[in-house]
Design a binder for this molecule. Structure first.
Ligand SMILES: C[S@@+](CC[C@H](N)C(=O)[O-])C[C@H]1O[C@@H](n2cnc3c(N)ncnc32)[C@H](O)[C@@H]1O
Length: 196
């Protein structure tokens, strides 16, 4: 399964015209950047690394993880061109099995990717006071958009159940988004902080 994903995403990124959200950073990341403590960050399923670059520009040392070496090579070139190569480390991993370590990140972002078994590992990877931002697709039976794998769609309210009393939910909201194929889908923006 992961190998098939790698081939699919490598081919998309190799085509050179697969720019998610026009290459702009995720809105949830922009919203929370002002209050985010600088330090170490992880961009989960980074792809071509629009969020990793934004984090590096804002002073973070970023680990950008993805299964696609082609996507991460784009990020390495962009980071070098922007003079940010020393703040971005790319790591080719299979996130279905990867464990990122414990209490090492001040900020973690996962955008447009969902692997439920990874979420507790992302929570554990946060330092006290660290921020986890998730922005991905919601199950939306009313949508007439092209069907997505239901395993990759969140149920409304689902994310909160992953986090116990050690965490404070800062934001949880659904919003419509026009996707690259022109269809409109509901997305979920979710921000949680590990209590200091
Ligand atoms: C829709 S893209 C999102 C990219 C980026 N987060 C963004 O929003 O711009 C999904 C990403 O998940 C990565 N991916 C898919 N399966 C994966 C796996 N098993 N392990 C690591 N990355 C994976 C793909 O290579 C792809 O870059």
């Amino acid at each position: 399964m992961a190998e098939a994903d790698r081939r699919k995403w490598d081919a998309r990124y190799a085509s050179g015209n697969f720019l998610i959200e026009e290459g702009a950073p995720s809105a949830i990341l922009v919203r929370h950047m002002g209050a985010a403590r600088r330090g170490r960050a992880m961009d989960v399923a980074a792809g071509m690394g629009r969020n990793a670059l934004y984090l590096a520009r804002h002073g973070f040392a970023v680990d950008a993880l993805d299964i696609s070496p082609v996507g991460l090579a784009h990020l390495e070139r962009a980071a070098a061109a922007a003079g940010l190569a020393d703040r971005v480390r790319t790591v080719v991993v299979d996130l279905e099995v990867h464990a990122p370590g414990k209490a090492i990140y001040d900020l973690v972002i996962m955008a447009n990717y969902l692997e439920r078994r990874l979420i507790p590992r992302l929570a554990a990877a946060l330092c006290p006071g660290g921020l986890l931002l998730i922005d991905t697709f919601l199950d939306d039976p009313a949508s007439r958009a092209v069907a997505m794998n239901p395993a990759h769609l969140l149920k409304p309210g689902e994310l909160g159940a992953f986090f116990g009393d050690d965490f404070e939910i800062l934001e949880e909201r659904a919003y419509p988004r026009v996707c690259m194929d022109g269809s409109e889908r509901l997305k979920q923006a979710f921000a949680v902080r590990r209590r200091p």
